[in-house]
Write a protein of this length. Structure first.
Length: 380
């Protein structure tokens, strides 16, 4: 498979779809040595089923494992760490991965419990989980979905699951984009299998899945992220870490040279076109800029994704129900940048010095929803 190729399958049998894609791509030949240690990195950001639009379908990972074992690869490890605020151990069970790894007798590593070390990532020192060094060939299995802070998340950002929670918090104080780009130089992903089945086009934690029934593969994480941007109605320039990663040498954003091939159930190419053209198989999503939508109500500074996502979900829920009036309260503060400061209203333990704040790291969406309602009532 060439670096400029994106191969796609549509359908409902995710195991078979994935297996066919890997066979067509010649993954076993790409890896080569059957004794290499192969790592599979899904997205288990929260302990919610894949149908919710946030996590990788276990059937896709099953297709990968089945393909690898059928081609005599025996040293296979699934490794992942949920976002700050949720436990990987819960996602491991609730998302169907415990039964999966037991069925195929492969190893699972919870990177939230892993040791870690510092690594020079193209001039930026980042903490990387030790288990990454035990992998010879990394298969990344992200979900193509939106993100309330970076607008899009796919291959490059999915590597955040292989850093410790302390570093995840640090990423947010650095503005997310630059460290995500540099992480692409610290953790090399050799092959990308994208779960494009029903990712939520707005929120990383899911809740509003958009059904597309597609799995696709690519070798270049920057290229597939550039294409993911286009699917979500964005350009690579709208998601700065994509272009930053290209400048660091992690891949290409040039969709005019990227060839998309659509396969049928027999693994035959039924359509071929360049990725910068309109994809007749995709319903392009019109992106909703959440940060701009809520800017009048929110003072955000270095907030972690889990906390910000819980807050925005609760706020949008109130707006959808007609319970929220923009500007009726002073701007609500959220994020690590508010630690030690004072104010009227805050979200999370970082704002514990505020007159009114919602406890938690991160607070639960339901708690935020009810507390916002109480604040609204008192203000009227």
């Amino acid at each position: 498979m060439n670096d400029n190729e994106i191969i796609k399958r549509y359908g409902s049998d995710l195991v078979e779809m994935t297996y066919t894609l890997l066979s067509h791509a010649g993954l076993s030949e790409e890896i080569g040595d059957r004794d290499l240690r192969v790592g599979i990195k899904p997205n288990l950001v929260t302990p919610t089923p894949a149908s919710f639009g946030a996590t990788t379908h276990p059937e896709i990972v099953e297709g990968i494992i089945k393909y690898l074992q059928d081609n005599s690869f025996k040293n296979i490890t699934v490794l992942e760490g949920s976002w700050v605020g949720d436990k990987t151990s819960e996602a491991y069970i609730n998302c169907g991965y415990k039964s999966l790894v037991e069925k195929y007798d492969v190893k699972f590593i919870d990177t939230q419990k892993d040791h870690f070390h510092e690594k020079d990532c193209a001039g930026m020192e980042l903490s990387i989980c030790d288990s990454v060094d035990d992998i010879d060939y990394m298969i990344n299995v992200p979900v193509l979905k939106g993100h309330c802070q970076t607008k899009m998340t796919c291959a490059l950002k999915n590597m955040k699951g292989l850093i410790p929670n302390s570093e995840k918090r640090k990423f947010h104080t650095m503005g997310l984009h630059k460290p995500i780009a540099h992480l692409s130089q610290g953790i090399h992903q050799d092959f990308v299998v994208v779960d494009h089945i029903c990712g939520d086009p707005n929120f990383e934690e899911g809740g509003n899945p958009l059904q597309t029934d597609c799995v696709m593969v690519c070798k270049d994480p920057v290229l597939i992220d550039s294409y993911a941007c286009s699917v979500l109605g964005l350009s690579a320039e709208d998601v700065p870490y994509v272009g930053m990663a290209e400048k660091l040498g992690s891949g290409s954003t040039d969709l005019s040279k990227a060839v998309i091939r659509i396969l049928n159930e027999n693994g035959e190419v039924i359509k071929e076109f360049f990725a910068d053209k309109n994809d007749p198989y995709e319903k392009i999503f019109t992106h909703r800029d959440i940060s701009l939508d809520i800017s009048v109500d929110v003072d955000e500074c270095d907030s972690c994704s889990a906390c910000f996502a819980s807050f925005t979900s609760a706020l949008y829920r109130m707006k959808d129900e007609g319970e929220w009036k923009s500007g009726c309260l002073p701007r609500i503060s959220i994020g690590q940048g508010h630690k030690g400061k004072t104010g009227a209203y805050g979200i999370g333990n970082c704002c514990k010095e505020f007159d009114n704040y919602i406890k938690g790291c991160p607070p639960r969406e339901e708690d935020i929803y009810h507390q916002l309602g109480e604040w609204m009532e008192k203000s009227t």
